[in-house]
Design a protein around this ligand. Structure first.
Ligand code: F6R
Length: 643
């Protein structure tokens, strides 16, 4: 969940601070950098809200301390601005797991000698046992983290043959997951990186005279243009403009080359106040990109395109023969990805006639299911790194079943482990809240459902043309939904102080309600529940009273009349009723205290992509009204790599 960056060559300090500001979405409760300069190692760390801003201003004032001095009272000293000419450095932005988010626990960590600095993402499972052993041989620990054990291990394994060799020896004793970057005074011409499960990318500078390591691509955009993803248990020695990769025994190894189309502009705010606002606004283009070349008047080309990209591994899935034998689909996902899957489920059932289950990934992996080769398992994760989803995917693979990945990140762990992959092509999403990745996920699954329906001859040519036309209109309709932003802001100003929100929907409106409630919780910190409207009378209605806000998805799908009945039941309890209804639908608008208007969907099954825009805007405006940082909500991080 943490962000990692390492730089050699270039202007390391500037590149580190710049990279960290682009990695803040990975975690932001503390931050730190360490650089090699003038034969010494200098480190600075900060914790708490605004940690990176604090750190930048302290760096500006020349407040850098070498760790060796800070371990010896009275010897620490600052360095005046401009005096520090760094050759290499590492940085880290943290989402605390082991140890509180304090400066003492912030990375990079240095050991007893202050000659090595190390930053880590992941969890060292045997850290207690290793620490006990190291303490017995004289090492002193100064933090509560599991990470610190790694830097002492490096010290213990130093043998005059370089930092990478110490790293390889050290990691042979480590259990757990890691993405690591380290620098050492004894080996100043390299930064050393290693990976097991937690992702790590090596980049070669555009100038061919710099080398980089980062947990995520956005940190390197604009500086590097060749990217390689390390595989598990690979160690990279990255120099200025080149790198060497080995396995833990020192054998030569080959990392996976990443071919990403993301650009620097994609990862910047481009004049918007927040990344979330920019990413909401990008949805029409993002959905167009998702559909581009995959949608044709005579049908769909997702499988050819998506599955081909997984190369040889796709073979089991890519054959029409296999796809024709599918009797069931199981989609594994978490959070917003889970709701996107729920929103697309009716398309699989209606257009492709395939019963479809949507499973919470963190629960699925602990269930003992009978293996069934006729079930197509799809693991969906925008980041492709969510541990819960990855582990559920591995459970599927472990049973010998084929797995299709749906993800936004090229080269992510999920994309590399599955036999086939479909990319959502939403571009980088920096705001913690999923917006464009969610709408593109629904769109891509619906494409898949339509393609399966066509292959299985559930859809005739007329159906194919109609569905293809409905999907093709989504970008424009999402654009129209976004055009209601000002009205939503006014509604948010009137209801934003309420304490309890219930979001209700039926059919495809139900996952929209779930996503609306999730968005409000995560960025506005307001208690909100998403409920199937028909279940309301079985319990939650007891909570309804004046002051409760009920947000009802009441667009004109087949269950609209039932929904109107549920709205009447809620209104009888004198709640504040907010309805999501279609432009020009006065009948629905009349039953509401507040209206969130969206354009009509040409096919009700595609309505979630449009209706969810109103949910995003409402949560966004309520959060902004409270003065909250929507891009970096408390306690959250963009990629959840813990269970
Ligand atoms: C909500 C949100 C999270 C993620 C969830 C899964 O806005 O961002 O609920 O959807 O953590 O993440 P991925 O899709 O990366 O697996």
């Amino acid at each position: 969940m943490c962000g990692i960056i390492g730089v050699i060559g270039d202007d390391p300090l500037a590149a580190l601070l710049d990279g960290l500001s682009r990695l803040e979405y990975r975690g932001y409760d503390s931050v730190g950098v360490a650089v090699l300069a003038g034969g010494e190692l200098w480190r600075i760390r900060a914790a708490g809200g605004g940690a990176l801003v604090d750190l930048r201003s302290r760096v500006g004032k020349g407040e850098l301390f070498e760790p060796s001095s800070s371990l010896t009272p009275g010897r620490s000293r600052g360095l005046p601005p401009g005096e520090l000419v760094a050759a290499a450095g590492i940085g880290h932005t943290r989402w605390a797991t082991h140890g509180a988010p304090t400066e003492q626990n912030a990375h990079p960590h240095s050991g007893c000698t202050g000659r090595i600095a190390l930053a880590h993402n992941g969890i060292i499972e045997n850290h207690r046992e290793l620490a006990a052993r190291l303490q017995a041989s004289g090492h002193t620990f100064t933090s509560d983290t599991d990470t610190e054990v790694l830097v002492h291990l490096l010290e213990e394994n130093e043998d005059g043959d370089g930092l990478a060799a110490s790293m390889r020896r050290a990691l042979r004793t480590v259990q757990g997951t890691f993405a690591i970057v380290a620098v050492s005074i004894s080996d100043p011409d390299v930064i050393v990186a290693a990976r097991r499960v937690s992702p790590l990318i090596v980049g070669i500078g555009v100038d061919r005279a710099s080398g980089y390591v980062a947990s995520d691509l956005p940190a390197l955009l604009g500086r590097a243009d060749c990217f390689y993803s390390l595989e598990d248990d690979q160690v990279a020695e990255v120099g200025a403009g080149s790198f060497v990769v080995t396995g833990l025994s020192g054998e030569p190894a080959t990392p996976h080359e990443l071919k990403s189309k993301w650009t620097l502009e994609d990862s910047e705010k481009a004049g918007y106040e927040t990344f979330m606002e920019k990413e909401m606004a990008e949805q029409p283009d993002a959905i167009s990109d998702t559909l581009r070349s995959r949608l044709r008047p005579d049908g769909f080309a997702l499988l050819d395109d998506g599955l081909a990209s997984a190369g040889e591994r796709a073979s089991a899935l890519a054959t029409a023969a296999y796809l024709d034998t599918i009797e069931r689909i199981t989609i594994l996902a978490c959070g917003s990805s889970l709701y996107a899957a729920m929103a697309a489920r009716p398309a699989f059932e209606t257009w492709a006639n395939v019963p479809t289950d949507v499973e919470i990934a963190s629960e699925y992996r602990y269930r003992s299911l009978a293996a069934d080769a006729r079930t197509l398992a799809i693991a969906m994760s925008q980041s492709g790194e969510t541990t819960d989803t990855l582990q559920a995917a591995r459970a599927v693979l472990g049973r010998g079943l084929p797995l299709l990945a749906v993800t936004n990140v090229v080269g992510s762990s999920l994309s590399r482990e599955a036999q086939a992959v479909c990319y959502t092509r939403a571009g980088p999403e920096i705001g913690v809240a999923a917006t464009k990745t969610l709408t593109t996920q629904i769109a891509i699954l619906q494409l898949l459902a339509a393609e399966l329906g066509q292959r299985r001859r559930v859809l005739d040519r007329g159906d194919v043309a109609r569905i293809s036309g409905s999907l093709a209109r989504l970008p424009a309709l999402v654009g129209k939904a976004l055009a209601h932003h000002d009205e939503v802001r006014e509604v948010a100003a009137r209801i934003g102080q309420a304490r309890d929100f219930f979001y209700l929907g039926r059919g495809v409106g139900y996952p929209v309600a779930l996503e609306g409630a999730l968005k409000l919780k995560e960025i506005a910190y307001v208690h909100a529940e998403g409920y199937p409207a028909g279940e309301m009378k079985h319990g939650p209605i007891a909570c309804f009273e004046p002051g409760t806000v009920v947000v009802a998805v009441a667009t004109r799908g087949p269950l609209w009349e039932k929904m109107m009945g549920n709205i009447a039941e809620a209104r009888a309890r004198r709640v504040t009723m907010v309805v999501v209804c279609e432009e020009g639908d006065r009948e629905t608008a009349e039953v509401a205290d507040e209206v969130l208007t969206v354009p009509s969907a040409p096919d009700p099954l595609t309505s979630p992509v449009i209706d969810v825009i109103a949910m995003q805007l409402l949560a966004y405006e309520i959060a902004r009204g409270k003065g909250l940082d929507v891009d970096r909500p408390r306690n959250l991080a963009k990629t959840v790599t813990v269970e």
